[in-house]
Design a protein. Structure first.
Length: 483
């Protein structure tokens, strides 16, 4: 396949960057270049902020016209899903089916926010004073810096950029350096759909440019998804400048299987939550807490089925897991598993952690299950962002809920039970932003809030009506006629 040329989108023009070269490599076949071009320098990033500020008249465009651009872009993205899904699989490493599915999810998100013009735009309140009404209206923040991760290179950008544009903001977008091609595709779709010049600016660059953007005085708000360390530093920088920051950060998500659970259902859901996208989801199931009465049976089932999953080139039929994003990520994950075994964890899966043969140089990690009961190890405590599932057993539901909470994170959790009382107890006991009863920890819908509690999230949540809380500010209007 031909190598795609990468460019920056600044003030409506596709231009070569003036910074260092950027290459998007296939993590399954690391010698294969997917896309390449000159990245942005700090001067390019500053030009993008200036271009966005110059396009601020977007806020005065009627809401139905703004949303019409999103709806047209949704159709373009959906039409391109088979091609872009393959590009996504080659660039990021998730399977072809997952890649196509993610592109379609981006189209769905664009469609959802494309219909925002038909929803309530404010509120009317009674006044204690005669002849007066109180209106609450919302206004866009202004220039939004969007920083997105590698693991969902088109869906996560869509769920940030779509509401930002729908509410009248202008955007400077810096995607993860390792996945520039799908960023290029989404920006192309929005431009083809009629987005005015400068309303969306795409800057392909590394960390230095990202820092310069976050510190730029022309930025009015920052929406970020990524590591907890970076999210907290952005929140601190935003607080110092007095601008809002929305940060969706890490997770160490637990699935709890209680004694009365449907074990077949639970096994299906836990496997999907732990190993889809090679575990590279902030909502992935990385901890499994099982009641002792079913622990041996359930752990054996999970380990056997994990061993049966096919790992390989994600563009090929029948492959269940592709690679992780980089060689460094692979080596870090494998090193953590080996360290856990030395510390006393018991390896329940049977195959080698990495692949041999044709794909030996790819960034592959085999799905891995460890029994960590009684072992204090980083595999249980820290986010690995890979296909590794750690198991512990408990004696009571209360102990399970307490163990699920014993982490700095609070993004997602799942509880498997047929007891309504236990399900309701879980709702009251587990400190997470999203709780699944009898389904996997992963998943997001555009019409409901997405985000975490505790160390997993800062600022308002994303998607649904929650998005409005970040991308706009309210103005309370006391409306009264003349004398």
């Amino acid at each position: 396949m031909s190598i795609v040329e990468l460019k920056q989108l600044i003030a409506g023009q596709w231009v070569a960057g003036s910074g260092d070269a950027i290459r998007s490599m296939n993590p399954a076949l690391p010698h294969e270049i997917v896309a390449e071009g000159a990245g942005a320098a700090v001067a390019d990033a500053r030009a993008a902020v200036v271009a966005a500020a110059a396009a601020a008249a977007w806020a005065a465009v009627p809401s139905h016209e703004r949303c019409g651009v999103l709806k047209r872009a949704s159709l373009l993205v959906a039409r391109a899903a088979p091609v872009w899904g393959l590009e996504l699989a080659r660039e990021e490493g998730k399977t072809l089916a997952e890649g196509v599915g993610e592109v379609m999810r981006a189209a769905q998100i664009l469609e959802y926010f494309g219909n925002d013009a038909n929803r309530e735009a404010g509120g009317l309140f009674n006044s204690a004073r005669r002849g007066e009404r109180i209106l609450v209206t919302r206004r866009p923040l202004g220039v939004i810096l969007v920083i997105t991760p590698f693991n969902f290179p088109i869906a996560i950008p869509a769920w940030k950029i779509a509401p930002a544009l729908a509410y009248g903001n202008v955007v400077v977008w810096k995607p993860a350096e390792s996945v520039p091609l799908l960023a290029l595709r989404l920006a192309q779709a929005l431009q083809e759909a009629g987005l005015p010049d400068g309303v969306l600016n795409l800057v392909l660059s590394g960390r230095e440019v990202g820092v310069a953007l976050a510190e730029h005085p022309g930025i009015d708000g920052i929406s970020f998804t990524g590591s907890s360390a970076v999210g907290r530093s952005l929140a601190a920088a935003g607080a110092a400048r007095g601008i809002p920051v929305q940060a969706e950060m890490g997770g160490k998500n637990a699935a709890i299987v209680l004694a009365d659970a449907d074990l077949n259902l639970a096994a299906d859901q836990v496997l999907a939550g732990a190993f889809s996208s090679s575990g590279q989801k902030c909502t992935a199931t990385s901890r499994l807490i099982v009641h002792k009465s079913v622990a041996n049976e359930f752990a054996a089932t999970i380990a056997r089925r994990a061993d049966e999953l096919t790992v390989g080139d994600p563009t090929e039929e029948g492959v269940s897991l592709g690679p992780v994003i980089t060689a460094d990520a692979r080596d870090s994950i494998v090193g953590a598993v080996r360290s856990a075994v030395r510390e006393g964890a018991r390896l329940l899966t049977s195959r080698s952690l990495t692949l041999t043969g044709e794909l030996a140089h790819g960034h592959f990690v085999a799905p891995t299950v460890l029994d960590c009961t009684g072992v204090d190890t980083s595999v249980w405590n820290e986010e690995l962002f890979g296909p590794v599932l750690a198991i512990r057993t408990v004696a009571t539901p209360e102990e399970a809920f307490e163990l699920a909470n014993a982490t700095e994170f609070g993004l997602s959790a799942a509880v498997f039970t047929n007891d309504l009382n236990l399900a309701l107890l879980a709702v009251d006991s587990i400190a997470v932003g999203m709780l699944h009863i009898n389904s996997e920890t992963t998943g997001a819908d555009p019409h409901v809030p997405f985000g975490g509690a505790k160390g997993s999230g800062l600022g308002p949540k994303e998607q649904g009506t929650a998005a409005q809380e970040f991308y706009t500010y309210s103005t309370t209007v006391y409306l009264r006629g003349g004398a």
